[in-house]
Design a protein around this ligand. Structure first.
Ligand code: FES
Length: 213
């Protein structure tokens, strides 16, 4: 495989052709925030937290789905990018019901960590407070749609690693949500192997383990 040389934040790098900008940055120890990206799974470029600026490109691009190119000049942390990332995190918080104090993932939540990372101590956007369902039909796990950020990690790990393909994305726009089976209660989907991989990769408290006596 050939090698590609590029510059990220002033660092000259040589990486394998076909690598993504995110992989190249990580190899060089340059941090780029991510949310939907998960090692070992396909990339979908859903959250846009990993946006970077590439000289010659008008718009920022998602580093996790952008392949490196010879001579590329990448910037990962300009004021414009920091503003975009903060706004993305604000939108995720205000679009759902992320009340950390009563969340099972409090203290171990990637969205919470991202808020700290991007300096979001309050939201400049109005909260929508949607009324979404909680699925407790599964004997071991639960799904709280109020806390789902639609990263689709659960969909991908179930299909690509477990091979069960229990999860999918249903509906559109503000009604878009993760569905089990053919939009059935999770507990009614016989394809579920109860492996818990979806729960393990969930970045928030949307998918959680139920207390078992
Ligand atoms: Fe790149 Fe989500 S991590 S778009």
């Amino acid at each position: 495989m050939g090698v590609c040389t590029l510059r990220i934040d002033g660092h000259d790098l040589a990486v394998a052709q076909g690598s993504t900008v995110l992989a190249a940055a990580r190899e060089a120890g340059i941090p780029i925030p991510t949310l939907c990206q998960q090692e070992g799974l396909s990339t979908v470029g859903a959250c846009r937290l990993c946006v970077v600026e590439i000289e010659g490109m008008e718009r920022p691009l998602a580093a996790c789905v952008t392949a490196v190119a010879e001579g590329m000049q990448v910037h990962t942390s300009s004021p414009r990018l920091r503003e975009i990332r903060r706004t993305v995190v604000e939108m995720l918080f205000t679009e759902g019901n992320h009340v950390c104090a009563v969340c099972v993932a409090n203290g171990a939540c990637e969205l919470q960590d991202l808020a700290v990372q991007v300096g979001m101590d309050h939201s400049r956007l109005p909260y929508r407070f949607p009324s979404r369902s909680v699925d407790l039909s599964h004997p071991r796990f639960g799904m709280d749609h109020n806390r789902c950020v639609l990263c689709t990690r659960c969909v991908r790990v179930c299909a690509e690693v477990e091979g069960a393909h229990v999860w999918d994305v249903g509906w559109r726009g503000e009604h878009c949500r993760i569905i089990a089976g053919l939009d059935q209660p999770w507990g009614a989907v016989s394809a579920c192997t109860h492996c818990g991989k979806c729960v393990n990769v969930c970045p928030t408290g949307a998918l959680f383990q139920r207390w078992e006596p």
